[in-house]
Design a protein around this ligand. Structure first.
Ligand SMILES: Cc1cc2nc3c(=O)[nH]c(=O)nc-3n(C[C@H](O)[C@H](O)[C@H](O)COP(=O)(O)O)c2cc1C
Length: 61
């Protein structure tokens, strides 16, 4: 039987129920002090049921 995207996997210490991964995307929503607002938590919570999310980076300037 072949592996599908819906099969569980283990990446290092991370166990996932499927193989879908959300790639990091720059959302640039931090405030002038570099703090993420509440909508950032909402954004990731809305997508968390998919499974593994690679979160965005921070761009120092
Ligand atoms: C910190 C970080 C932020 C990223 N932000 C975006 C983004 O805003 N939009 C985008 O299309 N790709 C972004 N990327 C790249 C995507 O995550 C992904 O690697 C890229 O789109 C290539 O995907 P593909 O190999 O499926 O074509 C970002 C990558 C990193 C590491």
């Amino acid at each position: 039987m072949s592996t599908t995207l819906y099969d569980a996997a283990k990446y290092g210490d991370i166990e996932v129920k499927n193989r879908f991964v959300m790639a990091p995307m720059t959302r640039s929503r931090a405030d002038m002090e570099g703090v993420q607002p509440d909508i950032a938590a909402t954004y990731y919570a809305q997508r968390a049921t998919a499974e593994l999310i690679v979160t965005e980076g921070v761009a120092p300037s």
